[in-house]
Ligand binder design. Structure first.
Ligand code: NI
Length: 143
């Protein structure tokens, strides 16, 4: 990353903690401690922002369901049409004879997106559901 507009800080760590940190960041593939620390800080800020009411988020909701189960297909379709304002796109993959994987790209307030995620994952026949959200105002990665 460009080195203008950065402030160098010193961090004091116990050798044992530093050793564990170095192992962790090596396993994740970071080139430098600075990159790893920047990501940790960004992540902490995103997590904090995700907890503040009304914040704008973007992300995905991934669900896996058995399309033979009752009216799961119709229920999911109804729900997605009702929430079309916050669903930007979706992808459907037929995993095997029974199971479907759907990934929805979503944007809205954290409350809207979490409500949708809860509604989708509690539909009968949905085996698994997981939202991945980040705050949409947050600055992009620079590495
Ligand atoms: Ni399918």
């Amino acid at each position: 990353m460009p080195m203008e507009n950065v402030t160098r800080i010193g961090v004091s760590l116990e050798p044992d903690l530093l050793g564990q940190f170095d192992k962790l960041i090596a396993s994740k593939g970071y080139n430098t401690r600075s990159e790893a620390i920047r990501d940790l800080i960004r992540n902490a800020l995103i997590q904090k922002e995700l907890k503040s009411p009304g914040s704008s988020v973007v992300g995905t909701i991934t669900i896996i369901y058995d399309h033979h189960k009752g009216s799961v297909k119709e229920t999911l379709m109804e729900l997605q049409h009702r929430k079309h304002e916050i669903i930007s796109s979706s992808m459907h993959v037929h995993l095997d004879l029974d199971r479907c994987l759907e990934v929805l790209v979503v944007r809205g307030t954290v409350e809207q997106v979490k409500e949708l995620s809860d509604q989708l994952t509690t539909v009968k026949g949905v085996l698994h559901g997981e939202p991945v959200l980040i705050t949409s105002e947050f600055d992009h990665h620079t590495h």
